[in-house]
Write a protein that binds this ligand. Structure first.
Ligand code: NAP
Length: 337
């Protein structure tokens, strides 16, 4: 019998494996206009915590309630598709119904992978987010700071910044070991280590570390964390710096808070006096095609890598989520079915 991961109870703090169950469910029957898919991979991502905790008002994704199957980016193989849909059995598509072995999805929500990328799993990369934050925003020689540098977005952002001409790239992460990997493998020149915010460990304040890692200041900030790291970036900003706010892991991952808000206190005088431009990231329609063309080209020439961890089996998915939240991995974490 096929299996899926369902939420058992709304987590009171950070989600734990016991908040989920692996339920058996018959192979779903597609209705008119729907495609039956057998999933091959799905993405395990920390931001799910906000959806499990009730969701964020205005967000494009609904909350997950007890009894619901989880969802998220997935690669599925078409088992059957309606006539005239253009989809063929055996073809791989991107869709949003991960966390289950079989899914039915409306035709319009299944995107054929084609052959732009050499490996289907690379379609689960969060590089599009990094590209949307950086393309047209980085000038040759710029210093770029990426918070959450070891996450799915951040491991792509350092490399993309470098390929787009950045002169110096600094990333933040949760451990010195991951910091070394950012520098050795992923295009970063230096890493700063988050400490006092959530890990039971002494570390110098991010602002102090960033002052040393980028002594002349930063021109571009790709923020996936917020909080202390956003404050530090503002203190380090050069005049006219561009800040792109993509995520808010410091709020989403806060063990003692709801995970659905991400507040931060900023010195507005610094924003004004430095003329910092700050925007929230919305990925423009149509950018995906441009990104996939460039990503595929860079993968084939070896100029970029897709850092990811493959966890085998749906039975390990809830544990994988806990590990992602705990910062145990580097890059995109996928469950392989
Ligand atoms: N705007 C958009 O279109 C868009 C698209 C995709 C993602 N996002 C957002 O971007 C953010 C990053 O996504 P992602 O997929 O890269 O994340 P991810 O890979 O799921 O991030 C996991 C990492 O978060 C870090 N982390 C855990 N607790 C933290 C804490 N308390 N403070 C700071 N970092 C913590 C850990 O890395 P370390 O231990 O190394 O710090 C962990 O490995 C999320 O907020 C997501 O919602 C936005």
């Amino acid at each position: 019998m096929p299996r899926e991961i369902r939420l058992l109870t709304t987590p009171t703090g950070l989600p734990r494996p016991e908040d989920f169950e692996i339920a058996e469910a018959p192979v779903p029957a597609p209705a008119e206009g729907e495609v039956l898919l057998r999933n091959r991979f799905f993405h395990v991502f920390a931001a799910l915590r906000s959806l499990l905790a009730g969701g964020v008002k205005g967000a494009p994704f609904p909350p997950v309630r007890p009894g619901d199957a989880l969802f998220g980016p997935a690669i599925g193989e078409v088992v059957s598709a309606p006539d005239g849909s253009g989809l063929r059995p055996g073809e791989l598509v991107f869709h949003w119904l991960g966390w289950r072995e079989y899914a039915v999805s409306p035709v319009g929500q299944c995107v054929p992978l084609g052959d732009t990328l050499p490996d289907p799993v690379a379609h689960l990369s969060q590089g599009l987010t990094a590209y949307a934050a950086l393309a047209g925003n980085v000038s040759p020689g710029d210093t770029v700071f990426v918070s959450g540098g070891a996450g799915a977005v951040g491991t792509m952002a350092g490399q993309v910044a470098r390929l787009l001409g950045a002169g110096r790239v600094v990333g933040s992460t949760g451990s010195p070991e991951k910091g070394e990997r950012l520098v050795a493998e992923l295009g970063y020149d230096a890493a700063v280590i988050r400490g006092a915010d959530s890990l039971d460990r002494q570390a110098a304040p991010i602002s102090e570390q960033l002052g040393k890692a980028a002594p002349d200041g930063i021109d571009v900030f790709v923020d996936t964390v917020g909080g202390e790291q956003l404050q530090a970036a503002l203190a380090a900003a050069r005049p006219g710096a561009r800040f792109v706010l993509a995520g808010a892991l410091s709020g989403q991952m806060a063990a003692n808070a709801s995970g659905t808000t991400a507040e931060v206190e900023l010195d507005v005088y610094q924003l004004i006096l430095k003329g910092v431009v700050m925007r929230g990231l919305r990925i423009p329609d149509g950018l995906r095609t441009e990104w996939l063309d460039r990503f595929g080209g860079w993968l084939r020439t070896g100029e970029i890598v897709f850092p990811h961890v493959r966890v085998p089996g749906i039975e390990n998915a809830a544990r994988a989520l806990q590990e992602v939240i705990g910062g145990r991995h580097l890059g995109t974490v996928v469950v392989e079915l």
